[in-house]
Design a protein around this ligand. Structure first.
Ligand code: C5P
Length: 406
């Protein structure tokens, strides 16, 4: 499987060795694999390569000091330790390895390592005699006992002109090794686009036609997809929800804007999930000035909006498509009809406004779904019982992943 670090926060510790220049390339390769990278440099490292290089490459401020009040106020060692999914130290010098083994915390890198629950990967680089010395080997054994992962070193020609074991692994080898440290999700590296929320269709500058969709189901699916390693784009109508982490969110108001945002990025998507409650109609002529009240009846002319999901499903090379159906009656019949009419792979149906259900569906934390799919010649169905939308989203994506790979 291709190395992927999507949605992963990697704290790269750079120590003061001649191989420090190779870490600049490593930042790029980690980013290419999808990681968010922050860099901590030891004071020795700053003698070999400037913090500015890493700042420009990583797009984040570089951290060098433990006792700098300003730096600690921006993102202190505890926050850095919490932020990191993985701490990768490359190159790791004999000195840093020894400091980590003895549990020191008197510089930023050692303090962050001590304060972190995350995995620590150490890529040593040093002269082959330093590497093979018994004290370095004892330190490495100690760190391995504490669950640190040692990557390399490789053998070959060294900066000192001698041959031996102690070269930093190549950037691509380090990225591949880091990727293997993470559990691969069901949708690892798969691009997923999700529409969510209502749309607002303007009548005039102060009024619109809208609906009661909260966007919660779509946002929960976006979070569940991130958990499963997907690369997520969320096209959201007007909602009052916190943007999920590691998601590219595009905010829109109207159905036409949603259609435009979807179509602009659909070619890169493997899966399209339409949870949005798109308005079926929009006012034909939205007024540019506020409509004044009169005593007379007012008639609004409406025109149909494009059906975004059908449009995506009708593309020459469509992604895997999952639609939603909110029905008040005959849920199964209508859902199956919709599956065929829109020619989509899967549909999730929920019954809204049923007299037995107080807190389910459109504007609730809870939902229950009946899922139907068209397989290769053989379709299927499954009911997902009422539960929190966050949990429901996980179950739905497990089902979807099965059909996507079938
Ligand atoms: O046809 P109906 O509106 O019932 O279909 C609902 C499904 O189609 C949902 O998945 C919804 O997100 C999608 N849809 C769409 N564009 C529209 C209307 C519905 O993508 N204009």
């Amino acid at each position: 499987m291709k190395a992927t670090l999507h949605n992963k926060n990697i704290l790269l510790g750079v120590c003061g060795g001649i191989a420090a220049y190779k870490s600049a390339e490593l930042v790029r390769r980690l980013q290419d694999a999808g990681a968010d990278v922050r860099v901590v440099m030891t004071s020795g490292a700053t003698e070999f390569i400037t913090p500015l290089t890493f700042q420009a490459l990583s797009g984040n401020p570089v951290h060098t000091d433990l006792l700098d009040t300003q730096a600690e106020a921006a993102m202190g060692h505890i926050e850095l330790a919490r932020w990191a999914d993985l701490i990768l130290i490359a190159p790791a010098t004999a000195n840093t390895i020894s400091r980590l083994a003895s549990g020191r915390a008197d510089d930023l890198l050692s303090a962050v390592c001590l304060a972190s629950h995350s995995k620590i990967a150490i890529a040593p680089a040093m002269n082959h005699v330093m590497w093979s010395s018994s004290v370095t080997q004892q330190n490495i054994n100690l760190l391995q006992q504490r669950k640190a992962v040692i990557l390399g070193p490789a053998s070959g020609m060294q900066a000192c002109g001698e041959k031996g074991e102690g070269r930093l692994l190549e950037a691509d080898e380090l990225v591949a090794a880091c990727s293997q440290l993470f559990k691969q999700g069901l949708l690892q590296g798969v691009s997923v686009m999700i529409t969510a929320g209502p749309t607002h269709e303007p009548i005039d500058p102060v009024r619109f036609i809208g609906n009661r969709s909260s966007g919660r189901m779509g946002f929960a699916i976006a979070e569940a997809a991130v958990e499963q390693g997907a690369i997520v784009t969320l096209v959201a109508g007007p909602v009052q929800l916190t943007p999920p982490l590691h998601v590219t969110q595009i905010n829109v108001e109207t159905a036409l804007q949603m259609q435009q945002a979807v179509m602009k990025h659909i070619a890169e998507q493997d899966i399209f999930i339409a949870t949005a409650a798109v308005a079926d109609y929009r006012p034909l002529d939205a007024q540019t000035q506020k409509i004044k009240k009169t005593g007379a009846d007012l008639t609004l002319s409406l025109t149909p909006n494009p059906d975004i999901l059908s449009e995506v499903a009708a593309l020459d090379n469509p992604p895997f498509t999952l639609g939603f159906a909110a029905e008040t009656q005959h849920v199964k019949d209508y859902a199956l009809q919709k599956l065929k009419q829109k020619n989509i792979h899967m549909i999730a149906a929920n019954q809204v406004a049923h007299e037995d259900q107080q807190d389910t569906g459109f504007n609730s934390e809870y939902n229950a779904l009946q899922i139907f799919w068209q397989g290769n010649g053989q379709g299927g169905e499954q009911t997902l019982e009422r539960c929190r939308k966050t949990e429901l989203a996980r179950q739905l994506l497990t089902l979807l992943a099965k059909q996507y790979y079938a």
